[in-house]
Ligand binder design. Sequence first.
Ligand SMILES: [Zn+2]
Length: 129
Amino acid sequence: MGEKMTCPGRTAQGRRPDQNKDEWSTDRWGRDGTIWVWGPVPRTCSYCACVHPEDVDALIAAGWTVQRSDKGYKCYMYPPGHIAAQAEYLMNAQAGVDPIVAMKNFPKEPTPPVKLYDWHFSKEDWERL
Ligand SMILES: [Zn+2]
């Protein structure tokens, strides 16, 4: 069991803020078909699955990138090599390369994906991501 806390996402989503029902878990990846091959597993919120804000910098230092989603309150993180592979994939797609062939250089991706939600970050930390 990880450190108990209350996910701010409960109230952000208009739900009751059941006190201390959530925790920072360390077992989201690496078992039962999940994929994590990048060293230490970051802590995640047991309620919303956001990576612990203190673990984000270590991922960035290891080459992970943050991509904003079309939802302003949510970002995804991708492992080293993803951005370059994505650019190559788009070039190949425009050139008419078979999508299966075009995917061959994509690095392994975490399953489930790495997500960040703004309610676990200060405004300043969220904006600097
Ligand atoms: Zn949460």
